[in-house]
Design a binder for this molecule. Structure first.
Ligand SMILES: Nc1ncnc2c1ncn2[C@@H]1O[C@H](COP(=O)(O)OP(=O)(O)OP(=O)(O)O)[C@@H](O)[C@H]1O
Ligand SMILES: [Mg+2]
Length: 329
Protein backbone atom coordinates (compact mmCIF):
# COMPACT_ATOMS: atom_id res chain seq x y z
CA UNK A 1 0.00 0.00 0.00
CA UNK A 2 1.26 3.46 -0.92
CA UNK A 3 1.70 6.25 1.60
CA UNK A 4 -1.11 8.22 -0.05
CA UNK A 5 -3.98 6.21 -1.52
CA UNK A 6 -6.85 8.00 -3.18
CA UNK A 7 -9.57 5.87 -4.72
CA UNK A 8 -12.30 7.26 -6.93
CA UNK A 9 -13.01 10.40 -4.95
CA UNK A 10 -15.66 12.86 -6.05
CA UNK A 11 -16.86 16.16 -4.65
CA UNK A 12 -19.86 18.19 -5.71
CA UNK A 13 -20.61 21.64 -4.33
CA UNK A 14 -24.06 23.07 -4.05
CA UNK A 15 -23.89 26.64 -5.31
CA UNK A 16 -26.83 28.95 -4.74
CA UNK A 17 -28.19 30.33 -7.96
CA UNK A 18 -28.93 34.02 -7.44
CA UNK A 19 -31.64 35.67 -9.44
CA UNK A 20 -31.52 39.37 -10.26
CA UNK A 21 -34.03 42.22 -9.80
CA UNK A 22 -36.33 42.80 -6.84
CA UNK A 23 -38.62 39.81 -7.53
CA UNK A 24 -35.51 37.69 -8.03
CA UNK A 25 -34.02 38.81 -4.74
CA UNK A 26 -37.24 37.96 -2.92
CA UNK A 27 -37.35 34.61 -4.63
CA UNK A 28 -33.73 34.00 -3.57
CA UNK A 29 -34.78 34.53 0.03
CA UNK A 30 -37.85 32.34 0.05
CA UNK A 31 -37.23 29.71 -2.60
CA UNK A 32 -33.45 29.42 -2.88
CA UNK A 33 -32.32 27.60 -5.97
CA UNK A 34 -29.15 25.58 -6.12
CA UNK A 35 -27.06 24.20 -8.85
CA UNK A 36 -24.55 21.43 -8.52
CA UNK A 37 -20.92 21.94 -9.36
CA UNK A 38 -18.91 18.77 -9.78
CA UNK A 39 -15.47 19.94 -8.70
CA UNK A 40 -13.77 16.53 -8.55
CA UNK A 41 -14.91 13.45 -10.44
CA UNK A 42 -13.58 9.99 -9.68
CA UNK A 43 -9.96 10.85 -9.09
CA UNK A 44 -7.61 8.05 -8.07
CA UNK A 45 -4.00 8.57 -7.10
CA UNK A 46 -1.24 6.60 -5.37
CA UNK A 47 1.82 8.35 -4.05
CA UNK A 48 4.79 6.50 -2.57
CA UNK A 49 6.82 7.64 0.40
CA UNK A 50 9.43 10.19 -0.63
CA UNK A 51 7.79 11.05 -3.93
CA UNK A 52 7.50 14.63 -5.11
CA UNK A 53 4.50 15.07 -7.37
CA UNK A 54 3.56 18.12 -9.41
CA UNK A 55 -0.19 18.67 -9.51
CA UNK A 56 -1.38 20.99 -12.22
CA UNK A 57 -4.49 21.96 -14.13
CA UNK A 58 -6.23 25.10 -15.40
CA UNK A 59 -8.18 27.44 -13.07
CA UNK A 60 -11.16 25.66 -11.55
CA UNK A 61 -9.82 22.19 -12.43
CA UNK A 62 -10.30 20.89 -8.88
CA UNK A 63 -6.74 21.04 -7.51
CA UNK A 64 -7.46 22.95 -4.31
CA UNK A 65 -10.58 20.88 -3.70
CA UNK A 66 -8.48 17.71 -3.98
CA UNK A 67 -5.83 19.11 -1.63
CA UNK A 68 -8.52 20.10 0.86
CA UNK A 69 -9.87 16.56 0.80
CA UNK A 70 -6.37 15.13 1.21
CA UNK A 71 -5.70 17.35 4.18
CA UNK A 72 -9.03 16.57 5.81
CA UNK A 73 -10.59 20.04 5.46
CA UNK A 74 -13.28 18.70 3.13
CA UNK A 75 -14.78 15.23 2.97
CA UNK A 76 -15.32 13.51 -0.37
CA UNK A 77 -18.90 12.64 -1.39
CA UNK A 78 -17.72 9.23 -2.48
CA UNK A 79 -14.49 7.29 -2.75
CA UNK A 80 -11.73 6.68 -0.24
CA UNK A 81 -8.64 8.46 0.99
CA UNK A 82 -6.03 6.87 3.20
CA UNK A 83 -2.87 8.80 4.01
CA UNK A 84 -0.25 7.19 6.21
CA UNK A 85 -2.96 4.91 7.62
CA UNK A 86 -5.35 7.76 8.40
CA UNK A 87 -8.68 8.70 6.88
CA UNK A 88 -8.05 12.45 6.80
CA UNK A 89 -11.58 13.83 7.25
CA UNK A 90 -12.49 11.28 9.91
CA UNK A 91 -9.32 11.27 12.01
CA UNK A 92 -8.42 14.88 11.58
CA UNK A 93 -7.22 15.47 15.14
CA UNK A 94 -4.48 12.87 15.01
CA UNK A 95 -3.85 13.30 11.33
CA UNK A 96 -2.93 17.01 11.25
CA UNK A 97 0.29 16.40 13.15
CA UNK A 98 1.50 14.16 10.34
CA UNK A 99 1.00 16.62 7.51
CA UNK A 100 1.86 20.16 6.55
CA UNK A 101 -0.31 22.29 4.29
CA UNK A 102 0.57 25.54 2.54
CA UNK A 103 -2.14 27.53 0.80
CA UNK A 104 -0.34 30.27 -1.09
CA UNK A 105 -3.55 32.23 -1.46
CA UNK A 106 -4.37 32.22 2.23
CA UNK A 107 -2.00 32.74 5.12
CA UNK A 108 -2.27 30.59 8.21
CA UNK A 109 -0.24 33.03 10.29
CA UNK A 110 -1.51 35.40 12.98
CA UNK A 111 -1.80 38.72 11.19
CA UNK A 112 -0.94 41.05 14.07
CA UNK A 113 1.74 38.97 15.75
CA UNK A 114 5.43 38.72 14.93
CA UNK A 115 6.19 35.73 12.72
CA UNK A 116 8.10 34.00 15.52
CA UNK A 117 5.02 34.11 17.78
CA UNK A 118 3.00 32.16 15.22
CA UNK A 119 5.73 29.56 15.15
CA UNK A 120 5.70 29.34 18.97
CA UNK A 121 1.94 28.92 18.89
CA UNK A 122 2.23 26.07 16.40
CA UNK A 123 4.94 24.50 18.54
CA UNK A 124 2.48 24.40 21.42
CA UNK A 125 -0.45 23.17 19.29
CA UNK A 126 1.53 20.30 17.79
CA UNK A 127 3.48 19.66 21.00
CA UNK A 128 6.78 19.87 19.15
CA UNK A 129 9.71 18.94 21.43
CA UNK A 130 11.94 21.89 22.16
CA UNK A 131 15.02 20.42 20.48
CA UNK A 132 13.14 19.59 17.27
CA UNK A 133 11.59 23.06 17.21
CA UNK A 134 14.92 24.85 17.67
CA UNK A 135 16.60 22.71 15.06
CA UNK A 136 13.85 23.23 12.48
CA UNK A 137 13.58 26.92 13.23
CA UNK A 138 17.26 27.68 12.78
CA UNK A 139 17.65 25.44 9.74
CA UNK A 140 14.54 26.70 7.92
CA UNK A 141 15.04 30.38 8.71
CA UNK A 142 18.55 30.16 7.39
CA UNK A 143 17.59 28.27 4.26
CA UNK A 144 14.81 30.73 3.51
CA UNK A 145 16.80 33.77 4.62
CA UNK A 146 14.22 34.93 7.15
CA UNK A 147 16.43 36.41 9.86
CA UNK A 148 15.67 40.01 8.94
CA UNK A 149 11.89 39.82 9.36
CA UNK A 150 11.12 37.02 11.80
CA UNK A 151 10.32 39.53 14.59
CA UNK A 152 8.08 41.69 12.43
CA UNK A 153 4.28 41.38 12.50
CA UNK A 154 2.94 39.37 9.57
CA UNK A 155 0.86 42.28 8.28
CA UNK A 156 4.04 44.26 7.57
CA UNK A 157 5.65 41.56 5.44
CA UNK A 158 5.96 41.57 1.68
CA UNK A 159 4.19 38.75 -0.15
CA UNK A 160 7.45 36.86 -0.69
CA UNK A 161 8.41 37.16 2.98
CA UNK A 162 4.96 36.10 4.14
CA UNK A 163 5.02 33.07 1.87
CA UNK A 164 8.36 31.92 3.25
CA UNK A 165 7.02 32.36 6.78
CA UNK A 166 3.92 30.34 5.85
CA UNK A 167 6.07 27.55 4.49
CA UNK A 168 8.09 27.35 7.70
CA UNK A 169 4.87 27.42 9.74
CA UNK A 170 3.62 24.37 7.85
CA UNK A 171 6.86 22.50 8.48
CA UNK A 172 7.82 23.42 12.03
CA UNK A 173 6.45 20.12 13.39
CA UNK A 174 8.51 18.02 10.90
CA UNK A 175 5.60 16.53 8.95
CA UNK A 176 6.33 13.57 6.69
CA UNK A 177 3.85 14.70 4.09
CA UNK A 178 3.36 18.23 2.77
CA UNK A 179 0.69 19.58 0.45
CA UNK A 180 1.65 22.78 -1.31
CA UNK A 181 -1.16 24.68 -3.01
CA UNK A 182 0.50 27.39 -5.09
CA UNK A 183 3.40 28.27 -2.78
CA UNK A 184 5.01 30.43 -5.46
CA UNK A 185 2.01 32.52 -6.49
CA UNK A 186 2.94 36.17 -6.96
CA UNK A 187 6.59 35.60 -6.07
CA UNK A 188 9.46 37.06 -8.12
CA UNK A 189 11.99 34.87 -9.96
CA UNK A 190 14.60 34.95 -7.20
CA UNK A 191 12.02 34.19 -4.52
CA UNK A 192 10.66 31.32 -6.59
CA UNK A 193 14.14 29.85 -6.90
CA UNK A 194 14.62 30.04 -3.10
CA UNK A 195 11.33 28.24 -2.51
CA UNK A 196 12.09 25.62 -5.16
CA UNK A 197 15.50 24.76 -3.76
CA UNK A 198 14.05 24.62 -0.25
CA UNK A 199 11.36 22.20 -1.41
CA UNK A 200 13.93 20.14 -3.30
CA UNK A 201 16.21 19.86 -0.30
CA UNK A 202 13.38 18.83 1.98
CA UNK A 203 12.45 16.10 -0.43
CA UNK A 204 15.98 14.88 -1.11
CA UNK A 205 17.45 15.07 2.39
CA UNK A 206 14.46 14.56 4.65
CA UNK A 207 12.49 12.32 2.23
CA UNK A 208 9.38 14.39 2.80
CA UNK A 209 6.57 13.31 0.48
CA UNK A 210 5.03 16.22 -1.38
CA UNK A 211 2.24 17.25 -3.67
CA UNK A 212 2.93 20.56 -5.34
CA UNK A 213 0.31 22.68 -7.09
CA UNK A 214 1.36 25.58 -9.27
CA UNK A 215 0.63 27.41 -12.49
CA UNK A 216 4.32 27.84 -13.20
CA UNK A 217 5.67 24.93 -15.22
CA UNK A 218 9.21 25.87 -14.23
CA UNK A 219 8.33 25.04 -10.62
CA UNK A 220 7.48 21.53 -11.78
CA UNK A 221 10.40 21.14 -14.16
CA UNK A 222 12.83 22.15 -11.43
CA UNK A 223 11.42 20.04 -8.61
CA UNK A 224 9.23 17.11 -9.68
CA UNK A 225 9.82 13.94 -11.65
CA UNK A 226 6.19 12.98 -11.67
CA UNK A 227 3.34 15.07 -12.94
CA UNK A 228 -0.40 14.73 -12.47
CA UNK A 229 -2.69 16.88 -14.60
CA UNK A 230 -6.35 17.36 -13.84
CA UNK A 231 -8.91 19.15 -15.92
CA UNK A 232 -12.63 19.55 -15.34
CA UNK A 233 -12.30 17.52 -12.13
CA UNK A 234 -10.80 14.45 -13.78
CA UNK A 235 -7.27 13.18 -14.09
CA UNK A 236 -5.98 13.49 -17.62
CA UNK A 237 -2.33 12.59 -17.13
CA UNK A 238 -0.26 10.81 -14.51
CA UNK A 239 3.31 9.98 -15.37
CA UNK A 240 6.80 11.32 -15.71
CA UNK A 241 7.52 14.80 -16.93
CA UNK A 242 9.41 13.34 -19.88
CA UNK A 243 6.56 10.97 -20.66
CA UNK A 244 4.27 13.84 -21.42
CA UNK A 245 6.48 14.83 -24.32
CA UNK A 246 6.42 11.27 -25.64
CA UNK A 247 2.66 11.00 -25.31
CA UNK A 248 1.48 14.41 -26.45
CA UNK A 249 4.46 16.25 -27.82
CA UNK A 250 5.00 14.17 -30.89
CA UNK A 251 4.97 17.07 -33.32
CA UNK A 252 8.23 18.55 -34.54
CA UNK A 253 8.97 21.79 -36.21
CA UNK A 254 11.46 22.66 -38.84
CA UNK A 255 12.32 26.31 -39.47
CA UNK A 256 13.87 26.91 -42.86
CA UNK A 257 15.47 30.07 -44.17
CA UNK A 258 15.50 30.09 -47.96
CA UNK A 259 18.00 31.88 -50.14
CA UNK A 260 15.55 34.38 -51.51
CA UNK A 261 11.78 34.73 -51.70
CA UNK A 262 10.23 31.36 -51.11
CA UNK A 263 7.24 30.11 -53.07
CA UNK A 264 6.92 26.67 -51.53
CA UNK A 265 4.49 24.09 -52.81
CA UNK A 266 2.40 22.40 -50.11
CA UNK A 267 3.82 19.15 -48.73
CA UNK A 268 1.49 16.31 -47.87
CA UNK A 269 0.65 16.04 -44.12
CA UNK A 270 2.92 18.95 -43.26
CA UNK A 271 1.56 22.21 -41.96
CA UNK A 272 3.35 25.28 -43.21
CA UNK A 273 3.53 28.73 -41.63
CA UNK A 274 5.20 31.82 -43.00
CA UNK A 275 7.59 33.42 -40.51
CA UNK A 276 8.77 36.15 -42.88
CA UNK A 277 9.51 36.65 -46.56
CA UNK A 278 12.34 34.11 -46.65
CA UNK A 279 11.44 31.93 -43.70
CA UNK A 280 8.90 29.14 -43.33
CA UNK A 281 8.01 26.88 -40.43
CA UNK A 282 7.02 23.28 -41.16
CA UNK A 283 5.06 21.48 -38.45
CA UNK A 284 4.58 17.74 -38.73
CA UNK A 285 4.04 14.53 -36.84
CA UNK A 286 6.87 12.02 -36.65
CA UNK A 287 4.49 9.23 -37.54
CA UNK A 288 3.45 11.01 -40.77
CA UNK A 289 6.83 11.89 -42.14
CA UNK A 290 10.43 11.31 -41.10
CA UNK A 291 12.54 14.37 -40.56
CA UNK A 292 15.23 13.34 -43.06
CA UNK A 293 12.62 12.66 -45.72
CA UNK A 294 11.16 16.13 -45.25
CA UNK A 295 14.60 17.72 -45.30
CA UNK A 296 15.48 15.85 -48.49
CA UNK A 297 12.32 17.05 -50.16
CA UNK A 298 13.07 20.65 -49.26
CA UNK A 299 16.81 20.58 -49.97
CA UNK A 300 16.40 18.90 -53.37
CA UNK A 301 13.93 21.52 -54.59
CA UNK A 302 14.94 24.81 -53.04
CA UNK A 303 18.01 26.84 -52.19
CA UNK A 304 18.32 26.78 -48.40
CA UNK A 305 20.41 29.10 -46.23
CA UNK A 306 19.67 27.79 -42.74
CA UNK A 307 17.64 25.04 -41.13
CA UNK A 308 16.62 24.49 -37.52
CA UNK A 309 14.73 21.57 -35.93
CA UNK A 310 12.96 21.92 -32.61
CA UNK A 311 10.62 20.05 -30.31
CA UNK A 312 7.68 21.69 -28.60
CA UNK A 313 8.50 22.75 -25.03
CA UNK A 314 6.56 21.29 -22.09
CA UNK A 315 4.67 24.52 -21.56
CA UNK A 316 3.22 24.54 -25.07
CA UNK A 317 2.23 20.87 -24.75
CA UNK A 318 0.47 21.59 -21.45
CA UNK A 319 -1.31 24.51 -23.10
CA UNK A 320 -2.55 22.18 -25.80
CA UNK A 321 -3.78 19.68 -23.22
CA UNK A 322 -5.69 22.43 -21.39
CA UNK A 323 -7.19 23.58 -24.69
CA UNK A 324 -7.98 19.96 -25.58
CA UNK A 325 -6.04 20.23 -28.79
CA UNK A 326 -4.40 16.86 -28.35
CA UNK A 327 -5.77 13.37 -28.96
CA UNK A 328 -6.57 10.95 -26.22
CA UNK A 329 -8.12 13.19 -23.53
N1 LIG B 1 -16.65 26.04 -1.46
C1 LIG B 1 -17.06 25.98 -2.72
N2 LIG B 1 -18.36 26.16 -3.04
C2 LIG B 1 -18.79 26.09 -4.30
N3 LIG B 1 -18.01 25.82 -5.36
C3 LIG B 1 -16.72 25.63 -5.13
C4 LIG B 1 -16.16 25.70 -3.80
N4 LIG B 1 -14.83 25.47 -3.87
C5 LIG B 1 -14.55 25.25 -5.16
N5 LIG B 1 -15.68 25.35 -5.92
C6 LIG B 1 -15.76 25.16 -7.38
O1 LIG B 1 -15.16 23.92 -7.69
C7 LIG B 1 -14.36 24.01 -8.86
C8 LIG B 1 -12.92 23.61 -8.55
O2 LIG B 1 -12.34 24.58 -7.73
P1 LIG B 1 -10.84 24.48 -7.17
O3 LIG B 1 -10.65 25.61 -6.24
O4 LIG B 1 -10.61 23.11 -6.66
O5 LIG B 1 -9.99 24.73 -8.51
P2 LIG B 1 -8.42 24.86 -8.69
O6 LIG B 1 -8.00 23.79 -9.63
O7 LIG B 1 -7.76 24.94 -7.38
O8 LIG B 1 -8.30 26.25 -9.48
P3 LIG B 1 -7.22 27.45 -9.34
O9 LIG B 1 -6.09 27.08 -10.24
O10 LIG B 1 -7.97 28.62 -9.89
O11 LIG B 1 -6.84 27.59 -7.93
C9 LIG B 1 -14.51 25.44 -9.36
O12 LIG B 1 -15.51 25.46 -10.36
C10 LIG B 1 -14.97 26.20 -8.14
O13 LIG B 1 -15.80 27.29 -8.50
MG1 LIG C 1 -6.69 26.38 -6.37
Amino acid sequence: MSLIEVKDISKTFKVSKRRGGVPGMLANLFVPKFERKEAVKNISLSIEKGEMVGFIGPNGAGKSTTIKMLSGILYPDSGEIIVDGFIPYKQRKNYVGRIGVVFGQKSQLQWDLPVIDSFELLKAIYRVPDAVYQKNLSRFTEMLDMGSFIRQPVRQLSLGQRMRADIVAALIHSPEIVFFDEPTIGIDVVGKETIRSFIRELNEQDKVTMLFTTHDMQDIEKTCKRLVIIDGGTKVYDGTLGGIREQYGTSRQLDVEFAGRAEIAPIDKVEMETIDENKKRFIFENRDIQINELMNQILSRYQVRDINISEPDIESIIRKIYNREVDGI
